[in-house]
Ligand binder design. Structure first.
Ligand SMILES: [Zn+2]
Length: 90
């Protein structure tokens, strides 16, 4: 289920969301573990990613759909896996 969501997010990746900053924590703000699947919402203005798996697990338990970094409301449709960060092999 979560894997399916991540697959959708990866396909829907918006090229505008590519991170340009190299100064970014690789720790997930939700689980405090190393980010496995970096993602971000296109409504967010920060480069910091959070872990898609941890975030989706949290939404299953307590669906708030707010960004763990800036607290903006982030619809599932606005989320995208950050291919740039992913390609850096976390
Ligand atoms: Zn945010």
């Amino acid at each position: 289920m979560i894997a399916d969501c991540i697959a959708v997010m990866s396909k829907a990746n918006d090229p505008d969301i590519v991170a340009t900053s190299t100064v970014m924590s690789l720790k997930d703000p939700v689980s405090y573990l190393r980010i496995q699947v970096p993602c971000r919402s296109n409504v967010c203005s920060h480069n910091q990613c959070f872990d898609a798996t941890s975030f989706l697990q949290l939404q299953e338990q307590a669906p708030t759909w707010s960004c763990p970094i800036c607290s903006k409301t982030v619809a599932f449709e606005s989320l995208a896996v950050d291919q740039y960060v992913k390609s850096r092999k976390l």
